[in-house]
Structures are given as structure tokens and as C-alpha cells.
Write a protein that binds this ligand. Structure first.
Ligand SMILES: [Zn+2]
Length: 347
């Protein structure tokens, strides 16, 4: 378990939200780049909101409510997560989310895990929230990543935000708030978590892995946050990522075989690789528009040949990642993107 205090870059955001926790509106939108600890911040806020004897702006950690949450069996904590994201969540979030899968699924185990949070899950949440709270009187619902709600589930959620049950908080967590309907965003207070600069990430990792030297700049340049780097180190996948970074950050990709590039992408997981390529495309669009580097201090070599190519790649990957699982062959799609990158760099 990671303690929120470890994330120095989240201190200001936490102080901001915890100082006024007693008067928070019932809709809370937590945003910020992937892998920076937004889920942990949401969890800490949940602890505080559900605690029976909070110590000013901190949960006591001792009361029955805190214990229930710690043991992942709190009756007033309701979590919605898409099935394919469940394994990457901190433990109490994962365990609480399972409750909704049990009721919602019942489907065959051979189907691929869903990428979206469906309307049935939101309806079930809505039914649960009208029930009386079992502990402090307060109920907390966490939806993460909230950008995985589809249009039907967003409509159902909107109703919940418009007609909230008493003492209920709905915390939405996302790295892509622009994917949420404006009507949902306007009903939430927004808490933006800053991305730590590479120096902060390096000292955080140095404390955790004093024996390991890790170059955090290529990770930062590919939009991979400190918690994701931590998971990569735990999984022993550092060399696989470095092989891909080497190709993507080369002064030029001329002469790179697209199949080899696709192979390096597949090695880290196609979805992860596509997110990296999409992040690079977005970074390039921003850099061309503003003239400001998206990751100061990182090698500024671009993977795409021009603005049009970056925009096209960004949109296509976005569409693919949102589409139903299995609708398009992942490997073929990846090879297509890699071929384009390599060919454009050659022309
Ligand atoms: Zn407590």
C-alpha cells in the first residue's frame, strides 16, 4: 500500500480539498495525467468523508468505518471501474469494485473484459445510493476512469448529479476530462492534480529503489507517470520499455523496420504502446501549436513527420481505444500505425 504522504506533488491538491471537506459539493472531479496518484488521492478523500471521528482534515484510521474501508468491505463505498482496468487499481478500490461486477456480469468467462462503464452499473449504483447508509450517514461513490462512461451511462450519472441523495458524494477520476459531457463537468468541483517534474519523479523512485538507476526522462516524454514507472520496475519490464523508447526517440526513425517497431510495441502490451504513441502525437500537436516543449528537459525529437500526421494518429488511436474490444484486430491496427510512422519519416 502506498501512503498519500509519499506523493509530495499532490500535497497542494490534497490541502485544497481537505481544508473544505465539510462543505464539498456532492460532485467532485479529480483530473491530472495518468499514473500520478489520482486514485490514491480519491481514496484518501473517501477515508476522510466516511470516517466517524476525523482528526480535523484527516481520517482517524481506527474507527469502525476506517477499518471497514481498510478491509475493503465498506457498505457505503461504491466503486465503478471498467473490467479491463480493475487490476491496475489500488486494493480497496479493486475489492469494492468487484461488488458491482458480480451483479452486473453473470456473462460467460470467455468474453473479453469490457473497456466501458455501462449504464447497468450506473443504474445499480443509483439503486444502492438511495439505501440508508450503514455507518456515518455519508456515502461515497468513486467512478474511475470516468472517461469510460458511455453516452447512456453518462446520462444516467447526470440524473444522479442533478438529483443527489442526501450526504452522497460522487468522485469522478480521469486523465481525460474533455471526454465527459459538459453538463457533468459543470455539476462538479474540479481538482486538478499537477504532474510532477522529472526531478521529483527521480527522487521519489530513488527513495523506493536506492539500488536502481533509472532514466525518467523518456518515461516522462511518453506520458508515463511515476506510479506506472513503479509498476514497470516491479514487473521487471524496464528493458522492454527502454527498447521502445530507443526507437521512438532516435534522431530519426529512417531505416527502422515497422515490424520491428511493432514488435517492441507488442512486447510492452499493445494498449500501453498505443497510449504512448497517442501521447506522443498529442505532445507534438501541442508543441507545434504553442512552441513550448510538453516535457521540458526531454529529447524533443518527434515521432511524427507533421501536424496532420500527429492529428490523424491521435484521433485514430483514440477511436480504437474507445471501440468495443475485439472490433478491430489490435495487432493489425498497431502494425498499420507503425508502418505509417516509419514510412512518413523516410519520405
Ligand atoms: Zn476513522
Amino acid at each position: 500500500m502506498i501512503d498519500l504522504q509519499e506523493f509530495s506533488w499532490l500535497t497542494a491538491a490534497w490541502d485544497q480539498v481537505s481544508a473544505r471537506w465539510k462543505s464539498l459539493s456532492h460532485g467532485i472531479l479529480i483530473t491530472g495525467n495518468p499514473g500520478i496518484g489520482k486514485g490514491h488521492l480519491a481514496l484518501e478523500l473517501t477515508r476522510l468523508l466516511l470516517c466517524k471521528e476525523p482528526n480535523e482534515d484527516k481520517a482517524c484510521g481506527q474507527c469502525a468505518s476506517c477499518q471497514l474501508l481498510e478491509n475493503s468491505v465498506h457498505p457505503d463505498f461504491h466503486v465503478l471501474v471498467p473490467e479491463n482496468e480493475i487490476d491496475s487499481q489500488p486494493e480497496p478500490i479493486r475489492e469494492h469494485a468487484n461488488r458491482y461486477f458480480m451483479s452486473e456480469k453473470g456473462a460467460s468467462s470467455s468474453r473479453k473484459p469490457s473497456r466501458v462503464i455501462g449504464v447497468d452499473a450506473v443504474r445499480l449504483l443509483s439503486e444502492s445510493l438511495v439505501m440508508k447508509s450503514g455507518q456515518t450517514g455519508r456515502k461515497v461513490s468513486l467512478i474511475t476512469p470516468a472517461d469510460r462512461l458511455n453516452s447512456n451511462s453518462m446520462n444516467a450519472l447526470l440524473k444522479l448529479l442533478e438529483e443527489p441523495t442526501a450526504d452522497t458524494y460522487i468522485i469522478l477520476v480521469t486523465a481525460r476530462p474533455y471526454r465527459l459531457a459538459a453538463t457533468i463537468r459543470s455539476r462538479c468541483i474540479q481538482l486538478e492534480c499537477p504532474t510532477p517534474v522529472p526531478r521529483m519523479v527521480r527522487s521519489w523512485l530513488d527513495r523506493r529503489y536506492p539500488e536502481t538507476t533509472i532514466d525518467v526522462l523518456p518515461f516522462a516524454r511518453c506520458g508515463i507517470g511515476p506510479l506506472q514507472i513503479n509498476a514497470i520496475l516491479v514487473g521487471g519490464e524496464q528493458a522492454l520499455f527502454q527498447a521502445l523508447f530507443k526507437k521512438l526517440c532516435m534522431p530519426t526513425l529512417t531505416g527502422t523496420n515497422p515490424w520491428l517497431l511493432a514488435q517492441d510495441c507488442s512486447a510492452i502490451g499493445i494498449q500501453t504502446a498505443l497510449r504512448i504513441l497517442q501521447y506522443r502525437a498529442l505532445a507534438q500537436i501541442r508543441e507545434l501549436a504553442t512552441g513550448v516543449e510538453s516535457s521540458p528537459g526531454c529529447n524533443n525529437e518527434s515521432a511524427f513527420s507533421c501536424r496532420e500526421s500527429s492529428i490523424r494518429t491521435f484521433l485514430e488511436i483514440g477511436q480504437f481505444l474507445l471501440g468495443p474490444t475485439g472490433a478491430v484486430d489490435e495487432q493489425l491496427f498497431l502494425e498499420d500505425i507503425c508502418t505509417r510512422i516509419c514510412q512518413e519519416r523516410e519520405s
